[in-house]
Write a protein that binds this ligand. Sequence first.
Ligand SMILES: O=P(O)(O)OC[C@H]1O[C@H](O[C@H]2O[C@H](CO)[C@@H](O)[C@H](O)[C@H]2O)[C@H](O)[C@@H](O)[C@@H]1O
Length: 350
Amino acid sequence: MDTSTSSPVITDPLSISPPLLGSLTSNLMSFSVMSGGCSSPGMNVSASRRKIEEVLVNGLLDAMKSSSPRKKHNLAFGQVSPDEDPAYSAWMSKCPSALTSFKQIVANAQGRKIAVFLDYDGTLSPIVDDPDKAFMSPVMRAAVRNVAKYFPTAIVSGRSRKKVFEFVKLKELYYAGSHGMDIVTSVAEHNAEKCKEANLFQPASEFLPMIDEVSKSLLEVTNGIEGARVENNKFSVSVHYRNVAEKDWEVVARLVNEVLEAFPRLKVTNGRMVLEVRPVINWDKGKAVEFLLQSLGLNDSENVLRERNCGYGILVSQVPKDTEALYSLRDPSEVMGFLNSLVRWKKHSL
Ligand SMILES: O=P(O)(O)OC[C@H]1O[C@H](O[C@H]2O[C@H](CO)[C@@H](O)[C@H](O)[C@H]2O)[C@H](O)[C@@H](O)[C@@H]1O
């Protein structure tokens, strides 16, 4: 997830603390691409509009490049010792491993309630070229199932809720799809089409027709770009450029920007080699976590995450990133190790 990724939410009886595993709100750079330009007096309107469009396209392109670390940076974890990589060691000192800090994390959790919020892609499944093949391993599924036996556990993903449930297949979890805009508040209600309305929270439901429309337009315009792929996530749409040659990224940015001009109520944010088109509403994964905590009866205060200082965001990343997360894990195998440790700790403390 991008406030960071997924992590355990640690709560005490009077105060709760949510955080997540993954990165729930945010390593994302957000750009609102609004239609209609504003022109300065005396300036030619179309020249001014063109200028605004260039700024937007360049902004998008910069975000695409900066969120796609080069191979040399990928060496930062594991293959180069921290001593040899000052950027890596500086980052790790700010955002230490949740595995090596495990004792400290659980010491703070003593006597408190814990809930676990997990992102999916890159947290429970490895990042792969084909989004339809981001499968979760059976051992990871077993680890998540085990964690859910001891702690309320939710998956909060940018994917559609239906898709993420198809991957995870665990009825004992809570799910929030479409970047938190599609929440099921009851376990065993995950069959996406059959959820009882009372158990659904969809703050962007009015955008459904618009998302379908923009999804079709994006599919149409990117059709000729080799490697580009459009994924309809129900309340958001992803335009993947992972398999697009870098020289064509600008074309992708330009086309997405052009399509968005007709949709002033939608914006585009940037994820891992993906542009994410979503409604301009005051809602994100962090809010979905708060909502779930409330639904689970775990949130007895309006204060949030870091403000409460009682939850732990854990960023899952192989490269240093700006993050609000307190801790980090490198990859899904470390996530699995962390989840297993949490279960062992809980069993011993019963
Ligand atoms: O917010 P998230 O839950 O992290 O979702 C973000 C995107 O996740 C998926 O894409 C990512 O994983 C793919 C499979 O490994 C990979 O091919 C892609 O490059 C990644 O960005 C999902 O397919 C997207 O729709 C989400 O926007």
